[in-house]
Design a protein around this ligand. Structure first.
Ligand code: G4P
Length: 284
């Protein structure tokens, strides 16, 4: 089943972002470090291009560190600076302030040369649901200011928030849904937990995951489930899912095995993984 995505919703969010762009000096685009491509919103990308902006690769504690570095190089080559963040464990927050100050150095220098004191930098956080915007806001403001939840659809505060890094933050306007043109993007969002589990059948997501793991993380896959080469080679991915179901002792309950595989991926049983591969999206 495809994710319901309404152009009307997207246009509303796009207009709200566009209106608020005038109010801020810089945009902080939050993405999931496991999905630096799939968790970006291409519609927003176009409009925030008009503004200074940085990319925050949040949940970097869950992502493959080597691939995160590759993505940062990739973004830099495209002209956008980025940082790695683990907002959940408050790691990397200091870098937000330094990167913002370096991006806005000319403006800050003008303020300082003109003797303007107590100036406040104004920023806006944007990102699709579940990338960690509320968590980041809470860390920067130092108290619970927005609802943190895993379920997209919770209305968030849209106030100016004074942060402990000398920056005023405007929260995301409305809900900025991901734009899923490519079914692979949908699978990756489902696998990471960014979209509701009931949107895709668990066996589709598990087969997508197993196939991706076979291609990119074979060692982790074999180690996590004690698989030999004979278990993997000369078998299709659906056959691998069937074999794993048996191995787990779930008889023919493929959905149960699929949910377990998805859960194992999310809970790092297979180690830190990144599902978007730099370069992949530019070759297609
Ligand atoms: P949103 O506002 O963008 O929708 O996202 P939100 O902050 O609500 O975060 C969504 C989930 O992601 C939360 O998990 C949150 O704890 C988790 N999260 C946010 N930042 C990070 C991070 O850097 N690393 C990791 N590992 N997780 C992060 P939850 O299960 O809904 O809540 P909780 O049980 O963790 O509190």
């Amino acid at each position: 089943m495809a994710l319901q995505w309404y152009p009307g919703h997207m246009n509303k969010a796009k207009n709200q972002v566009q209106d608020r762009l005038k109010l801020v000096d810089i945009v902080l685009e939050i993405v999931d470090a496991r999905l630096p491509f799939s968790s970006r919103n291409p519609v927003l990308e176009q409009i925030i291009d008009q503004k200074k902006h940085i990319i925050i690769l949040n949940k970097s504690d869950l992502a493959d560190p080597k691939v995160t570095r590759d993505w940062r190089i990739n973004f830099q080559q495209e002209g956008t600076n980025s940082i790695e963040l683990d907002a959940k464990h408050s790691k990397g927050l200091g870098q937000i302030k330094s990167l913002i100050r370096s991006e806005l150095s000319e403006k800050i220098e003008r303020y300082e040369n003109n003797g303007v004191q107590n100036y406040r930098i104004k920023a806006m956080c944007i990102g699709i649901p579940n990338v960690g915007k509320s968590t980041i806001l809470n860390r920067l403001v130092g108290k619970n200011v927005a609802v943190t939840g895993n379920k997209p659809g919770v209305t968030k505060n849209q106030n100016w928030l004074k942060t402990n890094i000398g920056i005023d933050l405007l929260d995301t306007p409305g809900i900025l849904w991901p734009k899923i043109d490519d079914p692979k993007v949908g699978m990756k969002l489902a696998l990471s937990g960014a979209i509701k589990d009931k949107i895709y059948a668990p066996d589709d997501v598990a087969i997508y995951a197993l196939n991706f793991l076979e291609t990119h993380y074979m060692d982790q896959l074999q180690e996590a489930y004690g698989l030999t080469n004979a278990d993997i080679f000369n078998h299709t991915t659906p056959e691998l899912l069937m074999n794993l179901t048996k191995k787990f002792g779930y008889k023919e309950d493929y959905d149960r095995a699929s949910r377990r595989i998805i859960d194992d991926v999310r809970k790092l049983k297979l180690g830190r993984l990144t599902f978007d591969v730099p370069g992949e999206f530019y070759e297609e």
